[in-house]
Design a binder for this molecule. Structure first.
Ligand SMILES: Cc1cc2nc3c(=O)[nH]c(=O)nc-3n(C[C@H](O)[C@H](O)[C@H](O)COP(=O)(O)OP(=O)(O)OC[C@H]3O[C@@H](n4cnc5c(N)ncnc54)[C@H](O)[C@@H]3O)c2cc1C
Length: 430
């Protein structure tokens, strides 16, 4: 068994293979020099300096007895020969291959500006270590570009460290696509209450350095110029699929398409028994979300999907990956937990507490069915909502919770549909 991508999904698959009695050879290939480590702490405790970047290694529950190729990227896949070629020229044969190459941070689109000293993104242990050192040097102002989960967590760390931070977001509120309107607006209020200079419906037009190549200014869409010493680009992620170009697989911006048993879909539309996919790089049909393949970039999904992929590698298609996506985030002293896929919803209702208060639960609906739920400072209540999603309960649900608002209001989520223009690009005649 060859596993390409030696991180959360790759390690989980290797462990599952051994736990299920696979006694053959396992080879793990990873382009990073480190054994598998955990990413969620990187944008949280590592940035605050409370946890060393080197202390994020993932625990191993079993003796993997695996061959490791670290610091060595897979650069090509030859399906006919059943081989993977690595960057150092080694060619590894496989009986079954797991694709678990995840994603990378989307870079600032202007290469010369991205190269200015002080412009960061965060995906790897090395990114987090370098950014933490710069934050510890107490820059006068930090600019965060993009108020998704990553950008919001970085802003939270900045405030925790007592640093001035401006967050620039081109949409109307932070985390809008992930949480929908009411919760996103509440997140915006929370950020401002904690002293974040949040600029919504604004975009960064240019980053500028001084003569020594250090970041000094950012030009915003309204014409304002901000003095900044550090910028964190938090514009989402791109899938690591280039090494699969020409391999005859179905792949696009959502990742490598696979079936519910994690078998990669070939260009002919048929699943390949010897090629599996799991984690952030995968997209697959989920029975509860019928608007096309689901692509999930969360920790829990990477682990669960990798387990299914490993079972398929070992025993064939016996177990489908149908678990509900869940994820969490901690920011500004608040615990956010989500089950299901709010971005697919068209309506939302706060069903416990109130979005203006510190703790609440919101339920999301699509075409009259419950498809997701969000708990803010109420993580334990989500199991009951997961059950509603699994049985496709009617939306809005009749819960009669003692802390329900009266009446429960159903609102549009305001989540942009894929392809919808979320901002007006500036155009200049040349
Ligand atoms: C800073 C940060 C904070 C996060 N916080 C949360 C959180 O709070 N909650 C949550 O649910 N999720 C969170 N996530 C997401 C979670 O970490 C990911 O969902 C998870 O890491 C996905 O695991 P993976 O193994 O699929 O991919 P990855 O972790 O991306 O691993 C893929 C590995 O493959 C390697 N690779 C890529 N191309 C090649 C190649 N050609 N050859 C060999 N190796 C290659 C990559 O370098 C990487 O090491 C966070 C992610 C980040 C970056």
């Amino acid at each position: 068994m060859v596993i390409v991508g030696a991180s959360l999904a790759g390690l989980s698959a290797a462990q599952t293979l051994r736990e299920n009695g696979f006694g053959g050879r396992i080879t793990l290939v990873g382009d990073e020099p480190y054994p598998p480590y955990d990413r969620p702490p990187l944008s949280k405790r590592v940035l605050t300096g409370r946890l060393s970047a080197d202390a994020t290694g993932l625990p191993r529950h079993t003796d993997l007895d695996a061959s490791w190729r670290l610091g060595n990227a897979a650069v090509g896949l030859d399906r006919a020969a059943g081989t993977v070629t690595l960057s150092d020229g080694e060619v590894i044969g496989y009986d079954k291959l797991l694709i678990a190459t995840g994603t990378r941070a989307r870079r600032w689109p202007h290469a010369e500006q991205a190269a200015i000293d002080g412009v960061f993104s965060i995906r790897t242990r090395d990114d987090a270590r370098a950014l933490q050192a710069r934050l510890a040097a107490r820059p006068k102002r930090v600019l965060v570009i993009g108020a998704g989960f990553m950008g919001s967590e970085v802003a939270s760390v900045c405030r925790e460290l007592g640093l001035d931070v401006t967050v620039v977001e081109r949409g109307p509120a932070p985390m809008l696509a992930a949480l929908g309107g009411p919760a996103a607006l509440a997140a915006g209020r929370l950020q401002r209450r904690h002293g974040v200079d949040l600029r919504t419906r604004t975009s960064v037009q240019a980053l500028e350095g001084d003569a020594a190549g250090r970041l000094r200014r950012a030009r915003l869409s309204g014409g304002e110029v901000l003095d900044v010493e550090l910028a964190v680009v938090a514009l989402g992620a791109e899938r690591n699929t280039e090494w699969l170009d020409g391999a005859g697989l179905t792949l696009d911006a959502r990742g490598v398409h696979c079936d519910p048993y994690c078998r990669a879909i070939g260009a002919d539309g048929r699943p390949a028994d010897d090629l599996l996919v799991a984690g952030d790089v995968a997209c697959w049909p989920h029975p509860l979300y019928e608007d096309g393949p689901l692509a999930v970039e969360h920790w829990d999904n990477a682990v669960r999907q990798a387990r299914v992929a490993a079972l398929t590698m070992h025993r064939g298609p016996v177990c489908a990956h149908t678990t509900l996506p869940t994820f969490w985030s901690n920011q500004f002293g608040v615990n956010i937990k989500v089950v299901g896929v709010p971005s697919h919803a068209d309506q939302v209702a706060v069903v416990q507490g109130a979005a203006a208060k510190p703790g609440f639960v919101a339920v999301y609906g699509r075409r009259g069915r419950v498809i997701a739920a969000l708990a803010v400072n109420a993580p334990r209540s989500l199991d009951a909502y997961a059950a509603l999603i699994n049985v496709r309960a009617a939306f809005p649900p009749e819960l009669n919770a003692t802390d329900a608002p009266d009446p429960v209001q159903v609102l549009d989520t305001g989540v942009p549909t894929p392809g919808q223009v979320t901002h007006r690009p500036a155009a200049a005649g040349t």
